[in-house]
Each structure stands twice: as C-alpha cells, then as structure tokens.
Design a protein around this ligand. Sequence first.
Ligand code: MLT
Length: 407
Amino acid sequence: MIKINENYLKLQASYLFADIARKVAAFQETHPERDVIKLGIGDVTRSLPPACIAAFHAAVDEMAADGTFKGYGPEQGYPFLREAIAKHDFQARGADIQPDEIFISDGSKCDTGNIQEIFALDAKIAIPDPVYPVYLDTNVMAGRTGSFNAGRYDGIAYLDSTAENNFIPALPSEPVDLIYLCFPNNPTGATISHDQLAQWVAYARDTRALILYDAAYEAFIQDESLPRSIYEIEGAREVAIEFRSFSKTAGFTGTRCAFTVVPKACRAFDEQGNSQALHPLWNRRHSTKFNGVSYPVQKAAAAVYSEDGQTQVKGLVAYYLNNAALIRKEIKGLGFECVGGENSPYIWIDGRKDSWAFFDQLLNEAGVVCTPGAGFGACGEGFIRISAFNSFENVQEALARIKTAIG
Ligand code: MLT
C-alpha cells in the first residue's frame, strides 16, 4: 500500500498567495464590473530593462544557429553570470565571494524551500514571525515540526517580530540549529543594521548554528549604512548561506533567475560533531535535481550588470519606491501606523483589526487586494501588507479608493 507523506496533512489549507488568488478570482466572478487593483503578492508590473531585453534577443538568435546553439549548460550557471555577480554584488562591497560559490537557479522561492534538504531532519528551526511562508511550510513538509496548535507549529522556535522590537527579532531564547532571516524583510519591510546582523553572525558562530539569509530585496536599500549582504559581516562566510533574486530587482518574476551563495568555508556538522563543508552538499543536490537556467535568461540577467543595465535597474527600483512613499504618506494620513516602504517595496500596516476582515473590506469596498498579515504568522494578526509593485496610476487610484472606503 502506497502511503502519503503525512506531514502534508499538517499544513494549513493552501499556500497563502494561492488562497488570496482564489478569493480574488471568486470576487471577480461575482463582480465582473469591478476593476480590481492588485497590491497583494509582490509581483512586478514594469517591463524588463531594455539592456536585458537586448541581451535576451541576442541570446535567442545564438540558439537559432547551429554554430552558437547551446544545449545543457552547467547546472550551477554559466561562468559569465557567476563572475558578474561575484564582482558587482559582493567583491565591490568588500565581501569575499568567489564565482564558484554562486549557484544560479530559477528562483529564491525554490532555493529557500529546497535548501533544508541538506540538513538533518532533527535540526531545530528558528523562524521569524511574521515570515515568508515558504520557509515554514517546507520544514513542515519535511517533518521538522509537530502539529499546528493555536496558530503555531509545535517544535519550531518562533522569533517574534513586533512593533516592540522594531520588527527585528531578539536572539533565540532556546538552542536552535538553523535560523531563517530576511532583510529587507518580507513582509514587514524592516531593515537590519550592520551591528544587529553582526550579533546574529556571532550567535551562529558561538552556538554552531547556521543562518539562511534571504536578501531578495536588497536592491531596495537606499540607506547606505545598511548591509546589503550578510557577507559584509566579518565571520559570516562560515555560518551563512545567502539567497538573492533578479525577480524584484530587475523584473524577472516571470522570466525566472536567482542565485544562492554557499561559501566554501560554510559548514555544518555530522553526527560525530565533525565540521562538514556545505558547498559540496548543495552542489550535489543542485546538480542532481536541477538542470540549469536557460542560456537566454542567464544572458538577460548578466545584462543587469552592464552600465545601461545598472542605470535601468536603479530606475525600476526608484519607480517602485516612489509608489511606496506615496502609500506610506496616504496610509499615515488616514491615521494608521506603518513600517517599511523606505528601503523595501512592502508597507506593513497596523490595521487595528482582524487582518482577514481588513483584507475583505479592502477587496469588497475598494476593489483593492492587499495581503492579510495573519497569513504570515500569528504576529501578523492585526496587520496588512501593501505592495508597491504596480503602476503609479494604479497606486494613486487604489489609495483614493481606500480613503473613500475607510477614511
Ligand atoms: C511576496 O509577495 O511575498 C512574494 O512575491 C512572494 C514570492 O516572491 O514568492
């Protein structure tokens, strides 16, 4: 008799964003006349930068001629892209990361979800609350949690991120092995300082833990004093894996390209307590289960690092941050407390009521989709997240409608 993986039965309903999409589709079906503005899932709306498009086209032309055609590429990514990333994203900021420590993939959602496979099933997991649901759900699927009780899974060390701690969780109060951190944070938009991040690195070194650092939103950092990479912190190479993406930076949500950095010095431990390098483990996993991102997509991603690409990408980020500034201003004007939106495309709003009820109100009365904070964890209850990824005109219109609905 074939049996299921019963851990899946512990999962809560469906994936958050699938749940929201279903609610929105149902609303549109019953209200076909209503024009819904989506400020929910962080999906970009601006087209790819022209430099990326030109590189993409040129690479497709290469695929059209036998002499330049490419079949399977290296699973870890083409050297031209790994070298550009190492130089521009890390070495230029004093972070010692080499091209062969970078693994190109088709998304940080997959990488942050898959990385847990290389760690022991009895690893104690520390997860912020609120959190991007992928970290938690994939550990539930793997069987690292007990059942769901009163809004939380047994066996997880939750790191509360609340207004009281400025949405930067305190170090764990119990021993943990694997720590998920995300800055600029999804969903709160909070950022972490160099000193605060250094405390986490020191903690991981002292306790032989490992940090999984999701920096998918680093391009939105405007405050030059903030770290963009955990490898800007001394000692992080041994204790941290970092995730980055072209999705939000360069509009690749539909094109798919991201990367994970596993430094050669990064370690975990075997049953006997001997240090084991993680780079060969992730390399083995990646090359066994993944066949590489397509050549034209990697060429398009590499164009982000050209002079024109850099200018265009900064323009995209500035465009969305301008939306974010307007959202902050108008929401504050309505008397709500909010964080984020300054170094992040997300604005985290204290709605002062049940977050799904607020979501329903905005959808029904304003035709605006947000993300209910409770979907990101128990500490998100009472909050909603508004994304700045849409056209300026739509953001203006959404805010005007919100004002009418709840002002
Ligand atoms: C979000 O809205 O939190 C993100 O778009 C989800 C993702 O990047 O997968």
